[in-house]
Design a protein around this ligand. Structure first.
Ligand code: SF4
Ligand code: SF4
Length: 390
């Protein structure tokens, strides 16, 4: 590690014509200049080798690096310039503050992104409760509440076509908003490299790094740092429970859709059918993962990550947990008189989940995958700095 002095920590004047930086982005730029002089953490993750390919850090570079950082904490715990040192280098925290800005800056529509960023937990819970109540009232007005058991037949509460007409627009909206958001992000951080031209090897590497959450291993395989310097792999494990639980639930819905439209097999399906088995396994993953992430979030040290982001993180975690808990309750009591009530609750939570999907922590997975792809492409190309010196 090089000895650095105050000149390394000074904020540089942006190049003429450069887009102005927010306070958070300027702080990342300042810290990256220190790190670029030090370079002790080069082996920890992709952020540092990506950083060494740059001498100046514009807005797009900073947004790219911020989404490449997985907030494992390794560089903070290794850094001799971390607080209380005057340089106050805390790369994961500075990156987290910028990362959360990117969710609303690139979001479509941007106003919804900003609203969710400020009030994530309240919006998530209020939306879920409001939608569940609305569905409950609709059931009650039709005289279906309470009523005798219906052998798990959801379509006697909400006919299939009505369910499709409620969910299709919400699902398409979420897809469109996410797609436009990540397109904006990619065009900004990687204007010269369309994702469609990514070589197969880069695509495969980025997919593998995203699916394995490679950079949550701290660069040495032992995981993220706890506040007391110990290592833990639980953050990575809980992310995996959450991610693969979500994928299994999605697979369950997709298989059920195929059953319905391709084979004419109408729900409800038996307990040992593929949609129910996939949904149950995914639901258990989505209980364990979000509960674990909430536990870690509650105990997080103030120097780790961005405390202002917690309401948004918790809003997403709460919706994931409620989606799974209400789904499992619905399965357990689908043959009882409580089925209609549980169905309204479950559908309300799922609707709220999809409506908020493009603006919070789900979007971070998409932007991070895009950043990993950019890195996988970039590292295969000669550095602009080397080209410039030839
Ligand atoms: S985080 Fe600290 S130790 Fe690591 S490269 Fe930056 S200044 Fe050096
Ligand atoms: S916190 Fe981890 S992932 Fe983020 S820059 Fe530091 S070492 Fe890399």
């Amino acid at each position: 590690m090089q000895r650095l002095d105050a000149r390394d920590a000074a904020v540089r004047v942006p190049a003429p014509g450069a887009r102005p930086l927010s306070a958070g982005e300027a702080e990342v730029a300042r810290q990256m200049q220190i790190c670029n002089a030090c370079r002790y953490c080069e082996g920890y993750c992709a952020v540092f080798p990506a950083m060494t390919r740059r001498l100046e850090f514009g807005k797009a570079d900073i947004n790219y690096l911020a989404n490449l950082c997985h907030n494992c904490g390794a560089c903070l715990h290794a850094c001799q310039y971390a607080p209380p040192h005057d340089f106050a280098v805390n790369v994961p925290q500075a990156m987290a503050k910028v990362r959360v800005q990117t969710y609303s800056e690139y979001a479509w529509p941007a106003a919804l992104g900003a609203l969710y960023r400020r009030n994530g937990l309240t919006i998530a819970l209020a939306l879920a409760a409001g939608l569940a109540l609305f569905l409950l009232l609709a059931i009650a007005i039709n005289g279906n509440l309470p009523r005798a058991p219906m052998a798990g037949n959801f379509y006697r509460v909400f006919p299939h076509n009505l369910m499709v007409s409620m969910f299709a627009p919400i699902f398409l909206f979420a897809l469109l908003a996410l797609g436009l958001g990540v397109r904006r992000f990619w065009k900004d951080v990687s204007p010269a490299a369309p994702a469609g031209n990514a070589p197969g090897a880069a695509l495969a590497e980025a997919a593998q790094d995203a699916l394995r959450l490679k950079y949550l291993d701290g660069g040495h395989g032992q995981g993220c740092n706890e506040a007391d310097d110990e290592f833990t792999l639980w953050r990575r494990r809980f992310h995996h429970f959450t991610f693969y639980g979500f994928l299994l639930c999605f697979a369950s819905t997709s298989v059920a859709t195929l059953y319905h439209y391709l084979f004419g097999w109408i729900a409800p399906y038996g307990l040992t059918s593929l949609p129910v088995l996939l949904g149950t396994a995914g639901g258990v993953g989505l209980l364990i993962g979000p509960a674990g992430l909430l536990w870690l979030n509650l105990g997080r040290h103030p120097l780790h990550g961005d405390a202002a982001q917690k309401p948004m993180d918790r809003g997403f975690i709460a919706l994931l947990f409620l989606t799974s808990a209400s789904g499992i309750a619905l399965l357990a009591w689908r043959d009882s008189g409580a089925m209609a009530l549980l169905l309204a609750l479950h559908l309300g939570v799922i609707m709220a989940f999809f409506l908020t999907l493009p603006y919070g922590k789900f979007a971070h997975g998409i932007y991070r995958s895009a950043a990993l792809l950019k890195w996988a492409i970039e590292k295969r190309q000669p550095s602009r700095l080397q080209l410039g010196s030839e």
